[in-house]
Ligand binder design. Structure first.
Ligand SMILES: *[C@@H]1O[C@H](CO)[C@@H](O)[C@H](O)[C@H]1NC(C)=O
Length: 314
């Protein structure tokens, strides 16, 4: 259970952009982004927080030369320490896969003005939404709630890459409940925020991977769907496999082997580009990726199937 909860969970974002017939194959079913959504490197502010906090605390005695200064400093330290303590606790719960506890903890602070806290709350809300025990009605409430938190996180801090990233993810989640026109309009917004997230943190492999998925999704869009999109928008979202490939490679450079699905998508994109040699190279890597999660296993299987398929053709 802990493992299943920890390495999650369905992220049907591509499907959310274009559900149903829009995306019946390929990444359409994108089963999840599992560990890619876990806290990684620079995203773990908790550790940084505790270092900062202990510095602040140890600095405190030296500030004692003026009483009012001690008081004001202490108040600041206290407020900072409180948020940082919550974040530390939250990151611990997240890493341990304690989804419900995390949500309970963070909803106590839903009026917070802190962007770091709010995007974590957005993430926790959508995590709860994805749990198998969550009813359809609850799920809908939760994904809209998550979007609200992510939006507020972004309002509080436009320079937080994580706020941009989770805002984009949360918008794609609500796509399940929106009309086709809103979904296409949202596709532009999603892209914009992933791009901003990457700009703010070029080391976040997940955002880069998601941009790749975005490109792949629209590169794969069949002509008749494109035509429908064109009836609604003068310039419907579009992309190419080359562009998708660029992102998948870049994600790999930033964080090699971070995610089985990135390897699979490298293989699949090369297949689309008719480069069998490189497709085989990446599909082998995806197939041999040590499976820690349900999703990894599905990726292994898919990679193996694709490999069999094209050795037949050779
Ligand atoms: C906003 O986020 C950035 C990046 O995480 C951080 O450096 C900055 O201090 C934050 N600003 C505020 C006002 O919290």
């Amino acid at each position: 259970m802990a493992l299943a909860a920890r390495f999650w969970r369905f992220l049907p974002w591509a499907r959310a952009v274009f559900p149903g017939p829009w995306l019946s194959r390929g990444v359409a079913g994108s089963r999840g982004l599992c560990c890619a959504w876990r806290l990684r490197g620079s995203e773990v502010m908790g550790n940084l927080g505790s270092v900062k906090r202990s510095l602040l605390f140890s600095a405190l005695p030296y500030l004692g030369f003026e009483t009012f200064q001690v008081f004001s400093q202490a108040a600041v330290v206290h407020a900072t320490a409180k948020v940082e303590e919550i974040l530390e606790q939250a990151d611990y719960l997240y890493e341990s896969g304690e989804t419900e506890k995390l949500y309970q903890l963070l909803t106590q602070y839903k009026e917070s003005e802190d962007a770091e806290l709010l995007w974590r709350l957005a993430r926790a809300s959508r995590d709860i939404a994805q749990l198998s025990g969550t009813s359809e009605e609850e799920k809908k409430l939760l994904v809209y709630e998550a979007l609200e938190y992510a939006k507020r996180a972004l309002e509080k801090n436009e320079s937080s890459f994580a706020a941009h990233k989770w805002y984009a993810i949360c918008i794609s989640d609500v796509g399940d409940y929106e009309g086709i026109k809103a979904k296409i309009a949202n596709a532009y917004i999603i892209k914009e925020h992933f791009e901003k997230a990457i700009e703010l943190n070029p080391k976040d492999a997940t955002s880069i991977h998601l941009m790749g998925i975005w490109c792949y999704t629209f590169a794969e869009m069949p002509w008749y769907q494109r035509r429908i999109a064109k009836m609604l928008f003068a310039t419907p979202p579009s992309s190419t496999y080359e562009e998708a490939l660029g992102y998948f490679h870049r994600a790999e450079q930033v964080d090699p082997n971070f995610y089985s699905k990135n390897l699979l998508l490298l293989g699949k994109t090369y297949l689309k580009l008719h480069n069998k040699k490189l497709a085989a190279f990446w599909l082998m890597k995806a197939k041999d990726y040590p499976a820690h999660t349900e999703e990894d296993k599905q990726i292994q299987t898919e990679a193996a199937q694709l490999l069999t398929g094209f050795s037949d053709k050779n």
